[in-house]
Design a protein around this ligand. Structure first.
Ligand SMILES: O=C(O)CCC(=O)C(=O)O
Ligand SMILES: [Mn+2]
Length: 207
């Protein structure tokens, strides 16, 4: 599995292809057809805004997740997603990384206009330095990263600049410890047609 290191510290790396065809294409079609994709509204400055994508929160029953003032109870594991979790864990083990995940946020972007704004995955229930594994299926789009104020690496200006991680179909992006502490990421709108799904595997701690 060819792997490209995008950042050494915090560790950020991309593996592709993850599963190969026809598995990746079949998984995309299964998730698209069988999951209960939802578009919840989030409250911002007293107003409700439907999120600019659809999503499913899935995981072990205890893996409840809070963000933007809402509490999401997980859907039970779909067998295809449970299989993918095992594949991701095996791919990481082959890279010398021991990881476990009790939940996954699945995001569905119907086209280039659907998006996710700037954020870090730094909710308290993820723990201080989570490892998050993100699988992409469908349209290749860039996940954009920017350093938080005051923590950009010293040296040439280039090292401190925002950068894109282009995520192809059937790829695995690993955001290692420190990524959420030091960087933000966003899936910005782009004139790139086509459906894209992402599955971000996480470990949710008990509160
Ligand atoms: O769709 C993506 O690649 C990013 C998803 C993401 O940042 C998240 O689920 O927290
Ligand atoms: Mn994220």
């Amino acid at each position: 599995m060819p792997t490209e290191i995008l950042l050494p510290d915090p560790p950020l790396w991309l593996t592709a292809p993850l599963m190969g065809e026809p598995d990746a294409k079949r998984l995309l079609a299964t998730l698209e057809a069988e999951l209960p994709w939802q578009r919840p509204s989030l409250r911002l400055y007293g107003r409700e805004h439907p999120i600019p994508r659809t999503q499913v929160w899935m995981g072990d029953p205890a893996a409840r997740y809070r963000y933007s003032g809402r509490d999401f109870a997980p859907d039970p594991w779909h067998p295809a997603v449970a299989d993918l979790r095992e594949r991701v864990i095996a791919a990481l083990a082959a890279q010398g990384v021991v990881a476990c995940f009790n939940s996954v946020l699945l995001n569905r972007y119907a086209g280039g206009g659907e998006r996710m704004g700037w954020h870090s995955d730094d909710e308290p229930e993820l723990g201080p330095d989570p490892l998050i594994a993100a699988v992409t299926l469908g349209a290749e789009r860039p996940l954009r990263f920017r350093w938080k104020p005051g923590v950009a690496p010293a040296g040439d200006a280039g090292a401190a600049a925002p950068f894109n991680a282009w995520l192809p179909h059937d790829s695995l992006l690993v955001m290692g410890p420190g990524t959420q502490r030091w960087l933000q990421h966003a899936l910005l709108p782009r004139r790139i047609p086509g459906l894209r799904l992402s599955l971000t595997f996480r470990w949710i701690h008990d509160r």
